[in-house]
Write a protein that binds this ligand. Structure first.
Ligand code: GLP
Length: 242
């Protein structure tokens, strides 16, 4: 596991963009796993700048997003679908057909979840997976529990995640209580993983993850300790308890 500590969020975002850019320049048809949340927004901004000013080419890149709220229309301002278009896709030259975001309103849940994982497999698996981390250690929407699912599945959100994500909604009551999420199996199969964390609110979980050296389903991010190619980029605040 490689740990990089940058001074601030802006430097963290540039460093993450450097790593993503390098992968795309090495393999133009990269399979890129993407995350939502506020953490990667700066990285996406930096990728957009490099696309516009330096010709970073997304034409052959395929993306798979980690998760989506359940039961929210895809054009809802708080859907992860809307978020991804707003913060990245509509600003770069990605081919619409190469964008994959879990459908928050699948007709047949079981079949849909299976097909999402199969689509990843058909593409040869994810080359580089970008991840954020929840304050409780959740990865995508894999919440702390006594068991973790391998494949894409529907999950209940914990109170702490609902509270943390309420900042994006008008009121906490509006935050969906369920989500569709890739499982830890698909995430752990990614060839490379890049985890980003910034700010004081992540210091505790990052400290726990890096100092405890234990794997527990009650800290889903700790499974990453078993992956052979993980880079974690932190800012000084999120690294303050490490
Ligand atoms: C959200 C997302 C995760 C994200 C995490 C942290 O609930 N499902 O994919 O990594 O929580 O979000 P943020 O980056 O806003 O702190």
């Amino acid at each position: 596991m490689k740990i990089i500590i940058e001074k601030n969020y802006s430097d963290l975002s540039k460093k993450a963009a450097d790593i993503i850019e390098k992968e795309i320049r090495n393999k133009s048809d990269l399979i890129l796993g993407l995350a939502t949340g506020s953490t990667p927004v700066g990285t996406y901004k930096e990728l957009i700048r490099r696309h516009k000013e330096e010709g970073l080419d997304f034409a052959k890149v395929t993306t798979f997003n980690l998760d989506e709220y359940l039961g929210i229309p895809h054009d809802h301002i708080n859907s992860y679908h809307y978020f991804m278009y707003d913060n990245l896709f509509k600003h770069i030259n990605i081919d619409e057909d190469n964008i994959n975001i879990p459908n928050g309103n699948p007709e047949n849940v079981e079949e849909y979840c299976k097909s999402y994982d199969e689509d990843i497999e058909k593409q040869g698996g994810i080359d580089l997976q970008i991840l954020g981390i929840g304050e409780n250690g959740h990865i995508a929407f894999n919440e702390p529990d006594d068991k973790l699912y391998l494949g894409t599945h529907i999950t209940d959100l914990t109170e702490s995640t609902i509270r943390a994500n309420a900042r994006f909604f008008d009121s906490i009551e509006e935050v969906p209580k369920k989500a569709i999420t890739m499982g830890l199996g698909s995430i752990m199969k990614a060839k490379k993983i890049l985890l980003l964390a910034n700010g004081k609110s992540k210091a505790n979980i990052i400290g726990k993850l890096l100092k405890d050296e234990v794997v527990s389903t009650y800290n889903p991010a700790s499974l990453l300790l078993l992956h052979p190619d993980v880079t974690i980029i932190l800012d000084e605040e999120s690294a303050s308890e490490y």
